[in-house]
Design a protein around this ligand. Sequence first.
Ligand SMILES: [Zn+2]
Ligand SMILES: [Zn+2]
Length: 369
Amino acid sequence: MENNKPAEQAEFHSFGWYAARVSPHMPKKAFKAVPGRLWGGLIYAVIALGGIFSIAFFDLNIWLKFLIAGVLGSSFASLGFLGHEILHGTVVRKRWLRNFLGAVAFWPLTTGPELWKKWHNMEHHHHTQDEHKDPDAWPSVNKLAKSRFLRWMYRIPFTIRALSGFIALAFTFTLHSSHMFVTYIKDFNKEKQVKVWVQFILPWATWIGLLLWIGPVKWIFAFLLPLLIANFIVMAYISTNHRLNPLVPVNDPLANSLTVTVPKWVDVLHFNFSYHTEHHLFPGMNPKYYPIVKRRIKDMWPDRYHEMPMSKAMIALWKTPRVYFEQDQLVDPTRAAAYGSLGNGLDPNDIKSRDVDLSKLKLGKKKEE
Ligand SMILES: [Zn+2]
Ligand SMILES: [Zn+2]
């Protein structure tokens, strides 16, 4: 394989290494918990309850129902972003309050706080883009060779696969969250297991209770459609945060993460969730200060940092496959075509592939074309 990495890119540093170099330049208050962010959460919660009750109690015009469903979906997603922050401890410090508020904020997305902390804080943050340990990382071609489902998926023609991949963003978060429950439930001790079960069942019980109360038609607008919209919004970030980056041997956030840029008002609505590289350097920092972290990173390591508009990242995601080959290439096994990853030859302005030889991998299908 050709090696087109710049020499300095070849070495990796941990997130602690970067954090130690950036934190002296940060104001102390950036590391303080900010309960004031809960006001934003309260506004979203009031909007969400208002929307659900207006659909439940009134016979509204269909267009108004769609509009309310859109607002609900957007509020569900924003509450999820706030829940993410709360459970990183950047909003309140008291453990019980953190768990309680995190549970409330994640209620619409039906993810319990204990499960989230294990899946996201422990596993995703500590093992980002580690093929085996990051629960959010996409598989390599070696795993593909072992999975009948993945092999089947990559035989679907490209456009249909890309389109299905995008439609799937509308339910992937909920699906993945349930998968995480199954994956990690046995890792908790007996006492915690009960907690995790209760936190999984209670939100679903509420939403199913709502279905029984208001009936399926209203429920579609009050919960199901908003849930799909919220899934799409959070997945638009989650899928662009790491999936264009390589798998890495060291958890180096500048190599394995992408910061997307969105209009300022979107950052306000989503609590600066777009600053994902900065978040991986400082998961415990008030995101209001991420723009300062970004300036520092760009001063110190301009060649290593990746950022692009969300729309460009989504287009790149559409055009590239999601199977890793030799850690830093993305490969379409059906066409035996490899694309680079960010920092490793992928140019989002000009996405090109080259042929690779996958014949040794026994993918159950010979190379076409
Ligand atoms: Zn991440
Ligand atoms: Zn996080």
